[in-house]
Design a protein around this ligand. Structure first.
Ligand SMILES: C[S@@+](CC[C@H](N)C(=O)[O-])C[C@H]1O[C@@H](n2cnc3c(N)ncnc32)[C@H](O)[C@@H]1O
Length: 213
């Protein structure tokens, strides 16, 4: 028998399965929320969880919560007394995010901040070990600068969607603002002497940055 699988399905089939809670969250996102494809999903979610388990962060910052999938994955590596701060501008998502924080038993460890990330990040009095940037793409340079200032030396920043469905590879065809901005962002990070970085071709492109000592 011959059968065909697409790459995403093959990757999911050969990656540790998500928990039943994450499966429920993913299903509810696809049933109830607009643009459900924004969710990190199984493979990226497992990578975020595994990186967090290696880093064992005391403080995590997520910019762009959506329904909380990546938030729960990142929280898997938190130290027992660690804290995750996540920022979301869409207050219609609050009920669902809080519901899953409670279902995961993480009320004491996760704080949801509702509002504009650019206003909220400067008010957070923490030094982060791990940051995940996953909100509006045009503001990535500002999120990066604000996050880098609050990341400890040796700390990691992960930035999602930097390949923008591969459009950044052909800037002459894709002249839209977001493609051009994401390409400029990738160039800027790569030239930034304060960090080391690697662009992973996972899903929509995940940039991993480490702040140098
Ligand atoms: C790609 S989704 C995040 C997905 C989530 N991190 C995950 O992996 O499941 C982007 C989210 O960023 C939020 N967002 C967009 N602009 C924002 C802003 N200025 N401040 C805070 N959140 C913002 C959107 O409302 C959306 O929920």
């Amino acid at each position: 028998m011959t059968f065909f699988m697409n790459l995403d399905d093959y990757l999911s089939a050969h990656t540790t399965a998500e928990s039943s809670l994450l499966q429920t969250l993913q299903r509810e996102t696809y049933l109830r929320v607009l643009q459900p494809h924004m969710i990190s999903g199984v493979v990226q979610g497992r990578l975020l969880a595994m990186l967090s388990k290696i880093i064992r962060p005391q403080y995590i910052l997520e910019i762009g919560t959506f329904t909380g999938y990546a938030m729960l994955c990142l929280a898997e590596g938190l130290q027992p007394n660690g804290r995750l701060h996540t920022i979301e501008v869409n207050d219609e998502l609050e009920e669902m995010i809080q519901k899953y924080i409670i279902k995961a038993g993480l009320e004491a460890q996760i704080t949801l901040h509702l509002g504009q990330a650019l206003h909220i990040i400067p008010t957070l009095p923490y030094t982060f070990d791990l940051v995940f940037i996953d909100a509006d793409k045009l503001a990535y340079p500002q999120y990066y600068e604000l996050a880098l200032a609050k990341t400890r030396k040796g700390g990691s920043i992960l930035i999602d969607n930097v390949l923008w469905k591969g459009k950044v590879l052909d800037l002459n065809t894709h002249k839209d603002k977001k493609t051009q901005a994401l390409h400029a962002f990738n160039e800027m990070v790569t030239k930034d002497e304060r960090v080391e970085n690697v662009l992973l071709p996972l899903r929509d492109g995940l940039m991993w940055v480490i702040k140098k000592d």
